[in-house]
Design a protein around this ligand. Structure first.
Ligand code: CTP
Length: 403
């Protein structure tokens, strides 16, 4: 944690639920959180800034130019907070944030902050269910904005349905869990650059066909996310997967093994830790066609696709390793797991191989993973755990190797 107390900035927007925000402020304060408040002009119609000033013992800003001592108030607020919670969040403010509109202090701060943004929507059921609102929520979710979903029930306007802001206690508890997740983790990778390869590669046969494999990319994405949470600057060189880019991670999307080698090589040069979790296709069609091959006229080409070997990315870069760099690979095996991993450790000049047994539905696409760390001096067998926990264990081991 960078400061003594975590700081939550609460944005209050113009909705009757604004009175409940006072309880959120108190709940977070009781848990030892520093709370600051920023309000929209409309919010002040429901609760006055004086109320929040009295509760927080902090200045409460509304206008962009309210604080003459701080001409760039939205930037300082954005940088100061560990979490930016907007509660209640109206349909209008969610729409503005989704579209990058920044026309007051609250929305400029939302656009400027790099801290997690959490929205607790509150609005009439019709507005809540409107396609525009739902699409805005979807856009925001895709960008990593977190939601404390609105509850159903009796609404101030007399309607009954979804759109009531969640109860203050539930909001406080979710924010405290988030703070724990964010700051309960170690920050032992600050200053390190970590490169991760992930996902499958896709090797074209023709304009529509390709050779690939079942890799989901989950393991590599979990490693990237864990390294980033621990403070590293992370580059994730990823084959095509259906996972969202982890927040704060630089993703370099690639398709083929040759592209992956090129992207990995440039990230590797800058990295202190490199983890190769991609399931690289070992072979690729030698002469991919840039048009679709047709049955009948192209029968001969379709019947015998000449394959050539792809570069081994881990092996190539493993042998380019400089002193101080840690190189970790994976070995997905169906038999003789440890023996095969040992061979890969030596052949690819890695510092460690994370060996796992695959087959019968294990590893590929699953959330859990059972692995062994194969090092030059020892083998460490791990119990089955989530890919996210395994990611942290791999990073722990990488730091031990580095020292
Ligand atoms: N790897 C790589 N480039 C390749 C093949 C593999 O970077 N062309 C890396 C993988 O990312 C993994 C390790 O090498 O970290 C081992 O991959 P794996 O598929 O288990 O082994 P292979 O070397 O391909 O050998 P085999 O398929 O014969 O087991």
């Amino acid at each position: 944690m960078t400061r003594e107390k975590p700081c939550v900035l609460i944005g209050v927007t113009g909705c009757i639920a604004a009175y409940k925000t006072c309880e959120i402020v108190r709940g977070l304060q009781k848990a030892g959180v520093r709370v600051k408040v920023v309000m929209t002009e409309h919010a002040t119609e429901f609760v006055g800034p004086t109320t929040f000033r009295a509760l927080t013992h902090e200045p409460v800003a509304v206008g962009l130019f309210d604080d003459p001592s701080d001409p760039i108030h939205h930037i300082s607020l954005a940088q100061e907070c560990d979490v930016f919670l907007i509660a209640p969040c109206t349909a209008n403010v969610a729409a503005k944030i989704a579209h990058g509109i920044a026309d007051d202090l609250l929305t400029t701060t939302a656009l400027a902050t790099k801290s997690p943004l959490v929205l607790a929507p509150a609005m009439n059921v019709g507005m809540y269910e409107a396609a525009a609102t739902q699409e805005n929520f979807e856009t925001l979710r895709r960008r990593g904005v977190r939601f404390i979903d609105a509850a159903s029930g009796y609404q101030a306007c007399g309607d009954v349905g979804r759109g009531r802001m969640e109860e203050p206690e539930a909001i406080v508890s979710q924010i405290l869990t988030l703070l724990d997740d964010l700051f309960g983790v170690k920050r032992d990778l600050v200053g390190e650059r970590v490169m991760v390869t992930a996902g499958p590669t896709v090797e074209p046969i023709d304009a529509v066909r390709y050779i690939s494999n079942h890799s989901s990319g989950k393991m590599g994405y979990a490693i990237a996310e864990a390294a980033c949470a621990r403070g590293a600057e992370v580059t994730l060189v990823s084959g095509p997967v259906s996972l969202a880019a982890p927040e704060g991670v630089t993703v370099v999307p690639v398709k083929t093994a040759c592209d992956m080698l090129e992207a990995a090589r440039s990230a590797f040069a800058e990295s202190s830790i490199a983890i190769f979790s991609a399931a690289v296709a070992d072979l690729r069609p030698a002469n991919p066609s840039d048009r679709k091959l047709k049955k009948g006229s192209d029968d001969a080409s379709l019947a015998s696709i000449l394959l050539v070997e792809n570069p081994d990315i881990l092996k190539t870069l493993g042998w380019e390793k400089k002193p101080g760099q840690v190189v970790i690979g994976f070995a997905a095996e169906t038999n003789d797991v440890i023996e095969n991993a040992r061979v890969k450790l030596e052949k690819k000049n890695a510092d460690m191989i994370v060996a796992n047994w695959v087959g019968e539905g294990r590893a590929f696409g699953q959330d859990d993973n059972q692995a062994s760390f194969v090092l030059h001096e020892e083998v460490i067998d791990l119990p089955s755990m989530s890919k996210r926990d395994l990611a942290d264990r791999i990073l722990d081991q990488a730091l031990l190797i580095a020292r």
